[in-house]
Design a protein. Structure first.
Length: 198
C-alpha cells in the first residue's frame, strides 16, 4: 500500500518540477496575473467556468477572491458560472453547450475577464464561452493540459500544464496556479498582507 502512496506523491512532485522548469508557462502565469490586476484596476469583474473538477476549481477561485485568501482584505469582484438554476434552465432549454456562454451574454461587459478551465482544452461549452467572451471584448485566461488545445487560440493568455496521462495531475497544477494568481493580485492591491515577505 505504501508504495502506491509514495508513487502518487512522487508523480505529483515530478509534475510540479516540470512546471517549475517550464519558462514558457511561468511567463504565461505572470501574464495572467497582470491581466487580472488590470481587470480589477479598471473595476472589472472576473468570471470563471469549467466542468466537473474544473468547475470546482472555478468556484474555489471565485470564492477566494470574493471572500478571503490568507488574510482579511476587501472583496474582489469574481463569479463562478455555477448557479444550478441557470445551468439546468439553459441546459434544458438551449443545450449544455450554452450554459456558460449564456451567462456571459447576460453579465459580462468589456473590461471583465474570463478564466476558462478545461483539462482537455476541448470542452464544447467552455469553447463556446471563450468565443462569446471574445465577441464581448472580454479577454480569456485559459487553463488546459495540452499545448495544441482547441481553447488555446481563443485565449489572451493560455496556461498549459501537461502533467501526465490523466486529468488529476493537470488539475492539481491548475489549482496551484490559481492560488498563485490570487497571491499576485493580493500582493498588488494589499501588500500589507505580505509585509513579512518584504
Amino acid at each position: 500500500m505504501n508504495r502506491y502512496i509514495e508513487y502518487s506523491l512522487r508523480e505529483a512532485k515530478r509534475a510540479l518540477e516540470c512546471l517549475l522548469d517550464d519558462e514558457r508557462t511561468l511567463l504565461s502565469i505572470n501574464a495572467a496575473g497582470q491581466l487580472l490586476i488590470k481587470t480589477f484596476e479598471h473595476r472589472g469583474r472576473v468570471f470563471s467556468c469549467g466542468n466537473g473538477g474544473s468547475m470546482c476549481d472555478a468556484m474555489h477561485f471565485a470564492e477566494e477572491l470574493t471572500g478571503r485568501y490568507r488574510s482579511d482584505r476587501p472583496a474582489l469582484a469574481a463569479s463562478a458560472i455555477s448557479d444550478a438554476g441557470h445551468l439546468s434552465c439553459v441546459g434544458n432549454d438551449l443545450g449544455y453547450e450554452q450554459v456558460f456562454s449564456r451567462y456571459l451574454e447576460a453579465h459580462a461587459r468589456p473590461g471583465d475577464c474570463l478564466v476558462a478551465l478545461s483539462t482537455s482544452g476541448s470542452s464544447k461549452n467552455v469553447l463556446h464561452a471563450a468565443e462569446v467572451a471574445q465577441s464581448l471584448d472580454v479577454p480569456v485566461i485559459g487553463f488546459t493540459g495540452r499545448r495544441d488545445a482547441a481553447l488555446a487560440p481563443l485565449c489572451a493568455v493560455h496556461i498549459c500544464t501537461p502533467a501526465g496521462q490523466f486529468a488529476d495531475r493537470v488539475q492539481e497544477l491548475h489549482i496551484k496556479i490559481l492560488h498563485i494568481l490570487i497571491e499576485l493580485v493580493e500582493r498588488k492591491f494589499f501588500p500589507e498582507n505580505y509585509a513579512e515577505d518584504a
